[in-house]
Ligand binder design. Structure first.
Ligand SMILES: NC(=O)c1ccc[n+]([C@@H]2O[C@H](COP(=O)([O-])OP(=O)(O)OC[C@H]3O[C@@H](n4cnc5c(N)ncnc54)[C@H](O)[C@@H]3O)[C@@H](O)[C@H]2O)c1
Ligand SMILES: O=C(O)C(=O)C[C@@H](O)[C@H](O)[C@H](O)COP(=O)(O)O
Ligand SMILES: [Zn+2]
Length: 357
């Protein structure tokens, strides 16, 4: 098992990464009262719920099992968690446990942020994407028809426990979606990690345990560092949004769940790379290299064909990085380094949105 820490003063918390951690019932030290609410979905619960429940027999344990999918990451389904918490009379010392991917993690975290003005929660991420990204850092929330993650709160978990063994049941397309965020870390922060990913893309897609363990560890290490520096995204944390302004627009346009988050991030990151190239910051050879790695990871590199530049601009105008009406984007200054900037040419952006035409 490997351990990292997200250093946030008295709200610091550990990230445990290893095979078989769900079975080893490591939750007790992070539960302060005697009430626990397990939140999962109809796909993950039948696979792993009992493993978790077995380690919690001394607690008053309730559960809420949500329908599976990004389409249900909304206020209506968030409310089901509150309904269950109230029906089972959970009080302020309760602990919520998120067992699932990023959808369950984001919703459970938001429920924990709101319920009785804030209770503890633990992340048990079960997808690659949630183990490398969404379970760490305390961004929680739900979607709105007008935009991704528009309703939410910053609320940190008290622990993150990533059992890498559960990735063996993850569908291939979901593994690829997680790789999009892994590649992101190489692009924004660590050129050597990007090189390593080029060499190990096949092993990762084949679910090689050693390769996955390293990719998860390095990703969490980078994310923990950025979050510790800038918890609420007033600066450097925004780099984690590489490709997301384009990507979130794609997800909203297509209808939540039609494009996986990681797929949209992959196509969006190639668009960000293309714009960076048009601005003269990276070479066309760099863009081709980035595109090749996403393809090797099994990910799309072009947005949906029916998405016009006007549609992109409308959806991108509600991005959370917009400041005083001005769009800010995360762009690349090299492979391994990124900037958040509004200093890009509108004509270049239009060319990127037009697919280079
Ligand atoms: N909070 C953050 O910092 C952050 C970061 C990145 C992404 N996100 C959010 O995360 C969400 C995407 O998360 P995701 O990619 O994990 O998607 P997801 O939560 O929808 O899970 C993907 C699919 O895999 C299934 N699944 C989960 N674990 C499994 C397992 N071990 N075996 C078999 N099936 C399993 C799920 O039921 C689901 O069908 C998006 O809503 C995105 O906005 C949040
Ligand atoms: O943790 C962050 O900060 C991120 O931006 C991570 C992203 O991968 C993630 O998709 C996040 O939810 C996007 O945040 P948003 O603020 O653009 O909704
Ligand atoms: Zn993301």
């Amino acid at each position: 098992m490997q351990t990292l820490s997200v250093e946030l003063g008295d709200r610091s918390y550990p990230i445990f990464i290893g095979s078989g951690l769900l079975q080893q019932a490591r939750l007790q030290p992070y539960i302060k009262g005697n009430q626990v609410m397990l939140v999962s979905n109809t796909t993950v619960a039948p696979l792993y719920k009992e493993l978790v429940r077995n380690g919690l027999s001394q607690f008053e344990l309730d559960e809420v099992i949500l329908p599976d999918g990004e389409a249900y990451k909304d206020m209506q389904h968030l409310n089901l968690i509150f309904d269950q918490l109230l029906a089972s009379r959970h009080n302020r010392t309760t602990t919520l446990i998120a067992l699932g991917g990023g959808v369950i993690g984001d919703m459970t975290g938001f429920a924990a942020a709101c319920y009785q003005r804030g209770v503890n929660f633990i992340q048990l991420p079960t997808t690659l994407l949630s183990q490398v990204d969404s379970s760490v850092g305390g961004k929680t929330g739900v979607n709105h028809p007008a935009g991704k993650n528009m309703i939410g709160a910053f609320h940190q978990p008290v622990a993150v426990i990533a059992d890498t063994a559960v990735l063996q049941t993850l569908p291939d397309s979901e593994l690829s979606a997680g790789l999009a965020e892994v590649i992101k870390y190489g692009l924004i922060y660590d050129a050597a990690f990007f090189d390593w990913l080029e060499k190990n893309a096949r092993a990762l897609r084949d679910k090689d345990e050693q390769a996955l363990a390293y990719a998860i560890y390095r990703s969490c290490e980078i994310k923990a560092e950025l979050v510790a520096q800038d918890e609420r995204e007033s600066g450097v944390r925004a780099l984690l949004n590489l490709g997301h302004t384009f990507g979130h627009a794609i997800e909203t346009h297509a209808g939540y769940g039609q494009w996986l988050h990681g797929e949209a991030v992959a196509a969006g990151t190639v668009m960000a790379a293309d714009l960076s190239c048009r601005m003269g910051w990276i070479s066309r050879a760099d863009v081709d290299r980035i595109e090749r790695l996403f393809k090797a990871a099994g990910l799309p590199v072009k947005p949906p064909q029916d998405m016009t530049p006007e549609r992109f601009r409308t959806l991108m105008s509600v991005d959370k990085k917009v400041m005083d009406g001005r769009l800010r984007l995360v762009l690349l200054s090299s492979i391994g380094q990124a900037v958040v900037t509004e200093q890009f040419e509108q004509a270049a952006l239009m060319q990127t949105l037009n697919g280079g035409i």
